[in-house]
Design a protein around this ligand. Structure first.
Ligand code: G3H
Length: 247
């Protein structure tokens, strides 16, 4: 069962309308490998603007959403609001949400469940800190994070898992292809043992953490790395090269 390569660019809290236009024209110019699914994670305020302009081969994603449809949750946006403006994807559980905004495994799992039930597809992020890796806890940490999600959802069809070691995000310290492959393999085995063999074989597990045009090809060669979630480099012209890492 083959898994289509998936590359997301997470703009985080960056950009203006002008920058969004430039990034979109870079993607339109491409050319992009047609065998890759491409997503851009856009700040909430620009979602409508970008969705109107993005070509249909680029998924536009929110970077967060809340776990209920509506109500007194000042500052939050709901999956149904995203659907209302034509957005079909959301990134949830990013380490910046976990660390800076104190989002717990449980809250993230609830958000993933509600987003899926509302008809969104989800990039669900997990990953260990440097301290956890050095303490030999990587496997336990990612298993705990993915288990929390498993306990809340019943369908993995619209889920992409992003393994993003916190120590590699925005630091320039990419995981080596072997380090990333080791964790992706553990995650796939976990899915096989705890969910099903089919889910293990079909779910994309993408890597994030200082991916650039210089290291993407080596990472892409690993059999359990099904793509990337790219931060800083998604704001540069080299994002096209990362999308085309398999060519
Ligand atoms: O969502 C993307 C990750 O946080 C990776 O960011 P980065 O490529 O800037 O390290």
């Amino acid at each position: 069962m083959s898994r289509k390569f998936f590359v997301g660019g997470n703009w985080k809290m960056n950009g203006t309308k002008k920058v969004a236009d430039e990034l979109l024209s870079n993607l339109v110019k491409g050319p992009l490998d047609p065998n890759v699914e491409v997503l851009i994670g856009v700040p909430a305020i620009y979602l409508d603007f970008v969705k109107e302009k993005a070509p249909c081969n680029i998924y536009v994603a929110a970077q967060n959403c809340y776990k209920t449809e509506k109500g007194a949750f000042t500052g939050e946006i709901s999956p149904s609001m995203l659907k209302d403006i034509g957005i079909d994807w959301v990134i949830l559980g990013h380490s910046e949400r976990r660390q800076i905004f104190q989002e717990t495994d449980t809250l993230i799992a609830e958000k993933v469940n509600h987003a899926l039930e509302s008809g969104l597809s989800v990039v669900a992020c997990i990953g260990e800190t440097l301290e956890e890796r050095e303490a030999g806890q990587t496997e336990a940490v990612v298993a705990k994070q993915i288990k929390a999600i498993k306990e809340k959802i019943c369908n993995w069809q619209n889920v992409v898992i992003a393994y993003e070691p916190v120590w590699a995000i925005g630091t320039g310290k990419t995981a080596s292809p072997q380090q990333a492959q080791d964790v992706h393999k553990i995650l796939r085995k976990w899915l096989c043992d705890e969910v099903s063999e089919t889910v293990a074989k079909t779910t994309r597990i993408i890597y994030g953490g200082s991916v650039t045009s210089s290291n993407c090809r080596e990472l892409a060669k690993e059999c359990d790395i099904d793509g990337f979630l790219v931060g800083g480099a998604s704001l540069k012209p080299e994002f096209v090269e990362i999308i085309n890492a398999n060519q």
